[in-house]
Design a protein around this ligand. Structure first.
Ligand code: DAT
Ligand code: MG
Length: 167
């Protein structure tokens, strides 16, 4: 059974010019990329993404980190990888949450660090299980941005809906 997993290249990964290195490492999984984009991360999106950590002392700083406020560009790169055991394969390559405990050859072990505040700056996010992956993918992507049909959709007719288009 194919699985989908949300990967975020966090603002430190982008700032350190690690995008290519990270994508090269992830290509070792032989999984398929079925969606990719640069995203501006609103406070709502960041808080919803990490809502299970709301009570942690580092939550405020974590939100700032994901939004790019600790780096000078407010952006993150979001991708969906798809294939057999996608979550396990990507989490193995990512390494442990704490970059100092992560295998030195893992992405976080090689590129992550711990800030003096104690926050882990660990370069990428990888969904932790199928349920979380579905929740996160629906937060970060619309159905028409993904080139396979991952989850059930419905059609809405939206009247007087304002949308930015090219001038
Ligand atoms: P993961 O990203 O490995 O799934 P998580 O979901 O528990 O780990 O945590 C989300 C992010 O929050 C993590 O990538 C970095 C930060 N974080 C987690 N635990 C932390 C801790 N004890 N101290 C500092 N930052 C932490
Ligand atoms: Mg997690």
């Amino acid at each position: 059974m194919n699985q989908a997993v949300l990967i975020l290249i966090k603002p430190d990964g982008l700032k350190k010019s690690l995008t290519g290195n990270i994508l090269t490492r992830l290509s070792e999984t032989k999984l398929e990329i079925v969606a990719a984009k640069m995203a501006r991360v609103s406070r709502e999106l960041a808080e919803e993404h990490y809502k299970y950590l709301r009570d942690k002392p580092f939550f405020e700083e974590l939100i700032k980190y994901l939004r790019g406020e600790l780096h000078d560009r407010k952006k993150a790169m979001a991708l969906i990888y798809w294939g057999k055991e996608a979550i396990k394969k990507c989490r193995e390559l990512a390494g442990a949450t704490n970059p100092e405990e992560a295998e030195p050859t893992s992405i976080r072990g090689a590129y992550g660090r711990i800030l003096t505040s104690g926050l882990y700056e660990n370069v990428i996010h990888v969904s932790s299980n199928e349920e979380e992956a579905a929740r996160e993918i629906k937060l970060w992507f619309n159905p028409d941005e993904i080139i396979v049909d991952l989850y059930p959709t419905k059609e809405n007719v939206i009247k007087d809906f304002k949308k930015k288009v090219w001038a």
